[in-house]
Structure formats: C-alpha cells, structure tokens
Write a protein that binds this ligand. Structure first.
Ligand code: HSE
Length: 287
C-alpha cells in the first residue's frame, strides 16, 4: 500500500489561515513488512527521525496506539520549510496511515477536523486532504470547509534556497489589527474568493496581491516577493503571492505566459528552484 499526499499553498494572499490549494508535488509513504519496532526509511534530512518520534508516526499512533510496527519508506518531492505544506503533508499521511492500518473508517470531514486540531489552522491540511481549492474556518474547535474547483492556470513555485520556519514567519505578525483595516482586509478576501468561484482569475489575481493580513509584515523576510511580483505583471501573469508563511512565492499564470516567466525568474537567483506545477484536484490518495 502506498499513501500519496500533495503539497499545498496556503493563504493565496488575503485568505490568511483559511484558503489553500493542493499542488502537484507529493509526499509518498510506502507501507512495507511487519517489524519489531517502527522504522521509516528516508533520505530527506539527517534531522528527520526514522523512529516513532517522526511526526508521521506520532500522528498515526496518537489516533491508533495499537498498530503493529512496520517498515515504512518515506519519499518527498515537497521542499522542507519553504511554505509548501511539507509538515502538513506528513500529518495528513499519518492520519491516513492510522485510518487504513487501524480500520478507523474516518470520513473526509473527520480527517480535516483531526488534521486541523494537530496543525492549528486548516489552510494547508484541508486542501492536502480534499484536493483543489478549499476555504475553511476553525472556530471554537470546529472546522467548516468548502471545496471548489480552482480555475485553470499554471502555477510556478519560486523556491528560494533558504528555509523559513513558520514559527519565525508568524512571530513577526501583529497581535491586533485596526477595525477599519480588518473590514478592508475582509472585503479583499471575500472578492478574491468570489472571483475564484466565478472562474475569474484576472480579478482573483488582483485581489490576491492586495492582502492586508500578513504579507506586508513579512516583507523583510521575503524581499524577493516584490521583484517577482513586478516580473509577473510585466510578463502577463495573474498574480504573485507568498506561499503560506514563505519563503516560496507562487505565480499563477495563463499557459502561454509560462515560458517567458520562467526565463525571467531563472535570472533572479541561480540557487532558487523554479517548479512548474498545476493544481491537484484529488488530495490524499491510497494506491
Ligand atoms: N496561514 C499560515 C501562515 C500558513 O501564513 O502562517 C503556514 O502554515
């Protein structure tokens, strides 16, 4: 059995802690033979544990403590600590592992609820589970969410060579926000979502770049965002915004503008990766 979980991009600008899309880069967990103790084979990083202290097994065993140990193989195309939902993908895989091996019969809604409780916000885990575009709220312990088709476009992920931990990127956000500014910020997010539902990416893109919740506070941590946004406008892309807490910047573009955008973005920093992706419509899968 093999579990596949997509990368995700949270926020889409003004949908802070609420909106996200699933993307076509994946975490894979292959379930192997029975063993005496759990072992995870991977070649991701020396800092990622190979035993029960790995987030994958912490998640799975919290849900189903009596699972019998197995050998697992973990491979991932999702860059770590870059704002593409790598840790959310592991939490979602852990829930699915417990669900399958422990016969828990979890519904999609159960999985979104459990994953959000573990992650703290739904904007990465909900699209990782459901696929496509998801808008979610997490209020008084309850998750409510809506999945919808995301309009056709290509997605360029500009992935800088350096990591940025979500904790660091959240530590620069203010405790409170002025009431009038919150009303504006909410209006921007509402139009962005409505435009996506209408399939109007040019309008959605304009609103994605008008976020007032988080991007301005994070700009000093992600100086490349401004330059990428300028390139996006010059080359006819729909929008450039911070992916989750950064440092990755996502550029949404019509297909015929992709090649020119890649050429321009490649010139910015030779150490950055530019990945051409699309929206994954399925979410977590088991093969
Ligand atoms: N909404 C979160 C943030 C996503 O921007 O901090 C990161 O997990």
């Amino acid at each position: 059995m093999k579990i596949r979980v997509p990368a995700t991009s949270a926020n889409l600008g003004p949908g802070f802690d609420s909106c996200g899309i699933a993307l076509s880069e994946y975490l894979f967990i292959e379930i192997g033979e029975d063993t005496d103790t759990w072992v995870i084979e991977h070649d991701l990083s020396d800092e990622i544990p190979t035993d029960e202290s790995n987030l994958l097994l912490q998640t799975a065993l919290a849900l189903a403590p009596n699972l019998s140990p197995k050998k697992l193989k973990m491979t991932s195309e999702i860059p770590l600590a870059r704002g593409l939902g790598s840790s959310s993908s592991v939490i979602v895989a852990g829930i699915e592992l417990a669900n399958r091996l422990g016969n828990l019969n979890l519904s999609i809604k159960d999985k979104v609820q459990i994953a959000t409780e573990l992650e703290g916000h739904p904007d990465n885990v909900a699209p990782a589970i459901c696929g496509d575009f998801v808008v979610a709220s997490f209020l008084e312990g309850d998750v409510r969410y809506v999945k919808h088709h995301f309009p056709d476009c290509e997605v360029l992920a500009y992935v800088p060579s350096h990591e940025l931990l979500t904790t660091e990127s959240r530590s620069v956000l203010p405790e409170t926000i002025d009431y009038r500014e919150a009303v504006e910020a909410s209006g921007i997010a509402n139009v962005m979502i409505a435009a996506i539902l209408n399939g109007n990416l040019p309008l959605a893109g304009v609103m994605m770049e008008k976020d007032k919740w988080h991007e301005n506070h994070r700009l000093h941590l992600v100086p490349h965002l401004k330059e990428i946004r300028e390139i996006c406008h010059e080359e006819g892309g729909y929008a450039a915004f911070l992916s989750g807490a950064g440092p990755t910047v996502l550029v949404l573009t019509p297909e015929d503008k992709t090649a020119a955008l890649i050429t321009r973005l490649t010139q910015l920093d030779e150490k950055a990766q530019i990945n051409l992706l699309h929206v994954d419509t399925e979410g977590v899968q088991v093969f």
